[in-house]
Write a protein that binds this ligand. Structure first.
Ligand code: RFL
Ligand code: PHB
Length: 391
């Protein structure tokens, strides 16, 4: 088989890239380890920046997003038992975010790809290998239904997430990595219950962080901070609801409607960046190159901005016969990536309980939050970063 761009991974990065390239007349094939159903069953992000919704508009896959997505003008910060609103729209001169699940984004992109008759190879398992990307004729090999297959291409886009094969294929020594692992995770629950409030509540409490989020007017997503060694199966629904309730303010507690969980899982928290993001004709995008803790809701949005830069670079290569975009790809992405890394680390540090800092750390967080909600300058910094920095 031959294609112009072989894309590894059918998560949001890979599907979005495939769609943008297709729209520009660039041929591409996606190779995915799992089945489509498996990819769709992963419950992840919920908050989309304008940059991401614009890109989905550009792809022509935003009809459902505009019908069903919830536009949010602000968020609420809960600390010392009281809630304070950050009015993002006012502080940023009109910017907002849209609450629309990653599952739905992936669904919409998969449907569009199917409708266009574009090739996606699912269930490739762990057989995918990358070859010759330091030369001019890269190849991707995989095994499907017991048959060895090879795709010859011009470029390989590594969109296969943190545990993927793309970054792992780069020769040792060509890559520098930066990492911070937090001593806790998020236990998340999805339930068909109405949201506690019409906006997201981020809570700092002496028992640890909590987040009340949503997917629609009838489906909610909640998280509580738990130690890293905790297991989701050891948490009954009742234990989860009790812990969440204990971390809310009296009014939110009153509004909390509980019900059976549709999904329950623990996500570890990590900050990670691999530099550079390009090796010859292999270009990494999204979680394959960087991870942020979910507190700032930046992971999917960073994946989208990488893909924007990557699709522009590839379009420039084919249309204008210019390598400038490809040559500057890594540098352009990393400037935005590091700003989102900084914001996500800061917001995580401000909102979570760190076992080693004790009561002193708790008081410092409360003082900073008090300053934050009382200072227009400080609130604006939070709002600007939360709605997303410009491309
Ligand atoms: P993905 O989604 O991990 O997709 C990678 C795909 O590659 C496949 N793959 C392979 N395919 C072929 N061969 C191999 N060897 C392969 N290895 C892996 C995988 O099966 C998969 O299908 O990466 P991508 O596309 O870069 O997208 C990144 C986002 O998924 C991620 O950043 C966000 O989910 C992060 N995130 C959030 N981001 C936001 O912008 N806003 C949020 O509100 C938000 N909340 C979250 C989050 C992530 C969370 N978890 C579970 C980590 C909340 C949580 C709890
Ligand atoms: C979510 O709804 O899953 C969500 C929302 C905001 C975050 C992280 C996750 O910061």
């Amino acid at each position: 088989m031959r294609t112009q761009v072989a894309i590894i991974g059918a998560g949001p990065s890979g599907l979005l890239l495939g769609q943008l390239l297709y729209k520009a007349g660039i041929d591409n094939i996606i190779i995915e380890r799992q089945s489509a159903e498996y990819v769709l069953a992963r419950i992840r992000a919920g908050v989309l920046e304008q940059v991401t919704t614009d890109l989905l508009d550009e792809c022509g896959v935003s009809k459902r997003l505009h019908q069903q997505g919830l536009v949010h003008d602000g968020i609420e910060l809960l600390f010392k038992g009281a809630r304070h609103r950050i009015d993002m729209r006012t502080l940023t001169g009109g910017k907002t975010v849209t609450v629309y699940g990653q599952t739905e984004v992936t669904h919409d992109l998969m449907d569009a790809r199917k409708a266009e008759g574009l090739t996606t190879i699912y269930d490739a398992g762990d057989s995918v290998t990358l070859h010759d990307f330091e030369g001019t004729r890269p190849k991707v090999r995989y095994v499907k239904d017991g048959q060895a297959q090879e795709i010859e291409c011009d470029f390989i886009a590594g969109c296969d997430g943190y545990h993927g094969v793309s970054r792992a294929s780069v020769p040792a020594g060509a890559l520098r990595t930066y990492e911070k692992v937090y001593p806790f995770g998020w236990l998340g629950i999805l339930a068909d219950v109405p949201p506690v409030s019409h906006e997201l509540i981020y809570a700092n409490t002496e028992r640890g962080f909590a987040l009340c989020s949503m997917r629609s007017a009838t489906r909610s997503r909640f998280y509580v901070q738990v130690p890293s060694n905790e297991k989701a199966e050891d948490w009954s629904d009742e234990a989860f609801w009790n812990e969440l309730r204990a971390r809310l303010d009296p009014q939110a507690r009153e509004h909390l409607v509980t019900g059976p969980s549709l999904e329950k899982s623990i996500a570890p928290l990590r900050s990670f960046v691999a530099e550079p993001m390009r090796f010859g004709r292999l270009l990494l995008a999204g979680d394959a190159a960087h991870i942020v803790p979910p507190t700032g809701a930046k992971g999917l949005n960073l994946a989208a901005s990488d893909v924007k830069y990557l699709s522009s670079a590839l379009i420039e290569h084919y249309r204008d016969i210019s390598s400038a975009g490809i040559d500057h790809y890594s540098e352009r992405c990393l400037r935005r990536v590091w700003k989102a890394e900084r914001f996500s680390w800061w917001f995580t540090s401000l909102m979570h309980k760190f076992p080693e800092t004790g009561d002193f750390g708790q008081r410092l967080q409360e003082a900073e939050l008090d300053y934050l909600v009382g200072s227009k300058a400080a609130s604006t910094v939070l709002a600007e970063n939360y709605v997303g920095l410009p491309l």
